[in-house]
Design a protein around this ligand. Structure first.
Ligand code: ZN
Length: 587
């Protein structure tokens, strides 16, 4: 089996004339697109032409962009890829301006429903047209748009860049050595408790030197968000973000209500983990990611492939075949190597009907689980591949449905077949991640609320931000964390707070996990009969509201009871974890 991916399906290289030709074509498409918007055309014809143009732009951007990004992700020093990507980013701004112009044009069609009913193409894309109409009511005034976006380049955008630069260059002193921050943060997973503790202490002592500029970055970005939100006519940033996620506030309220009810269970898990690691009263922050149990088994890639084939072959044979196709056709870049980025992702190309997956496989169970996760994303794209491209882009809350489903299916299956000691280690890994997705995410949501509230009147100072962070952690983690060993500077570290134009990038994670679990529960209740419904649900994710997509499999996300049922899966795992821990330590 080849261990690197094949990118020749995109272009033969950076000197492939087809690449240059496609970039030139993008310029032309955008320029002619503007002419199209001002041309005298019958309304139906114009709307059809807009959809056509947006589809072509989408395909061409995706193909050229993916080629550059994927190349860079395994070869960070590739100058040609970097230069071409910069060129495409600049073109991306032009494309955005064109897209805004299209949205305005669609918003100006007063009898949109009548137009939709006149054409097959428009009926097919009705959801996108209605979305554009809704969005058009919340656009920056046209005469100001260009200037506001340009001001943002020297405002929020600059603050974001400053944050990234500072985080990318900050070094942390540990035992006389100067190390980059990600290396220090990675030590939180070290089996040696002394390493974890001293890395945490070193990390905290590095923040004061950047705290002041970071507070200004955060204040600048959140201040700009409040201004943009007002200019777009939304009552607050959360409402805006929910609208852009196709989710309503009833759903969010119901989800948080259930999560608050289950916080004591997560705290119970954290306190058991603390005892296992020798702490009497709650888990110190530096041990949140500590490995426990003895999950020492390692897998070769061939064994991982076989495990996925067996597990999914029984559960969802079509998906298992698809996974094997991905392995056998060089869709995956498997191993870490110099110049390759860390972590894992899946990148999908709708036009070519392919995905590419990056992993840093070293052989742990978590690595096998990552493969299942990323292949879930690829399967999701596969389920949407025959839809028009504009209907194949799920909003953030729904984007993790298939990946969560796969991870859950894999861990639940494997835990049942291995000896208790390994099951314990795997279970702990699952709960560690779930606690991040539920409890930590809840703390981030509370923190972001507090920052926006404060920013309405002033730029919050460093000490104020630290207090907000500690109080958010107290409300979410409670006595699950040791009282005096928390992380007042998490707001400096998490880049999600600093993304211009994307706020509250936290609730989609909790939603994603709990929705994926709910869907998994449906599968366990209905068995194979659920599979066609499952695939249809995935196909629908880009062409309906979050509420309606969930409704299609009889899940009512407005109902707190639904969220309780998803959280019950985790409560069951916490019970199991506690029972297994009783054999190891006095609880
Ligand atoms: Zn994912």
């Amino acid at each position: 089996m080849e261990s690197t991916w094949d990118l020749s399906v995109f272009y033969k290289g950076f000197n492939d004339p087809a690449l240059r030709a496609d970039i030139e074509k993008l310029h032309t498409l955008i320029r002619e697109g503007h002419e199209l918007l001002t041309a005298e055309l019958p309304k139906t014809e114009k709307l059809e032409a807009i959809i056509d143009r947006l589809e072509t732009l989408n395909d061409m951007f995706s193909k050229t962009y993916m080629f550059c990004q994927l190349t860079l992700s395994t070869d960070s020093e590739n100058r040609e890829a970097f230069r071409t990507l910069e060129e495409l980013s600049a073109l991306g701004v032009d494309a955005q301006v064109f897209q805004s112009a299209c949205t305005r044009c669609i918003g100006g069609v007063s009898d949109l429903e009548a137009e939709i009913s006149k054409s097959v193409k428009l009926t097919t894309n009705a959801f996108i047209l209605r979305e554009a109409k809704r969005e058009a009511a919340h656009m920056l005034p046209e005469s100001m748009e260009k200037w506001m976006l340009r001001m943002s380049l020297s405002g929020g955008d600059s603050f974001q860049k400053l944050h990234d630069q500072l985080m990318g260059t900050i070094t942390v002193d540990l035992n006389g050595e100067s190390l980059p921050l990600p290396a220090i943060r990675g030590m939180a997973f070290d089996p040696d408790s002394n390493v974890r503790k001293s890395a945490y202490e070193a990390e905290l002592s590095a923040y004061p030197k950047v705290a002041l500029p970071m507070a200004f970055c955060l204040g600048g970005i959140k201040g700009e968000a409040l201004t943009m939100c007002e200019a777009k006519g939304y009552p607050d940033v959360l409402t805006q973000q929910l609208a852009e996620s196709r989710m309503d506030s009833e759903t969010l309220t119901a989800m948080w209500a259930a999560i608050r009810e289950y916080l004591p269970d997560f705290r119970r898990y954290l306190r058991v983990k603390a005892k296992l690691l020798g702490h009497a009263d709650g888990l110190p922050f530096y041990d949140l990611f500590a490995p426990v149990g003895s999950d020492v088994k390692t897998y070769t890639v061939e064994e991982a492939r076989q495990l996925l084939k067996d597990t999914f072959g029984k559960a969802h044979p079509k998906m298992a075949d698809f996974m094997m196709h991905a392995f056998d056709n060089r869709w995956i870049d498997l191993y870490p190597r110099k110049g390759k980025e860390g972590g894992a992702f899946c990148s999908e190309n709708h036009e070519l009907k392919i995905s590419r997956i990056l992993t840093n496989f070293v052989g742990s169970f978590a690595d096998v689980s990552t493969l299942a996760h990323e292949l879930g994303h690829a399967w999701h794209a596969h389920c949407m591949e025959n839809l028009p491209v504009l209907l194949a882009q799920p909003p953030m809350p729904l984007a993790e449905t298939a990946s969560t489903f796969n991870e859950t299916l894999l861990s639940h299956t494997v835990i049942q077949t291995v000896e208790p000691d390994r099951a314990f280690g795997i279970l702990e890994g699952v709960l560690m991640e779930a606690t991040q997705c539920v409890v930590d995410i809840y703390s981030r949501f509370l923190f972001e609320n507090a920052v926006f509230e404060a920013r309405k009147t002033h730029t919050p100072a460093v000490e104020e931000l630290r207090e907000m962070m500690l109080s958010a952690q107290e409300e979410a983690y409670g006595d699950g964390l040791a009282k005096d060993v928390r992380h007042p500077d998490m707001w400096i570290n998490k880049s999600h707070y600093y993304t211009v134009g994307l706020h509250y990038y936290n609730f989609p994670y909790a939603f994603g996990l709990l929705f994926g679990l709910g869907v998994y529960q449906k599968y366990t209740a209905e068995g194979a009969a659920f599979l066609p419904k499952y695939d249809a649900l995935l196909a629908r994710c880009g062409s309906d509201s979050v509420y309606n997509v969930a409704r299609s499999v009889d899940i009512d996300v407005h109902d707190v009871a639904y969220w309780r049922s998803a959280l019950n899966v985790l409560r069951g795992e916490i019970d199991e974890f506690e029972a297994l821990a009783k054999g190891k330590v006095q609880l």
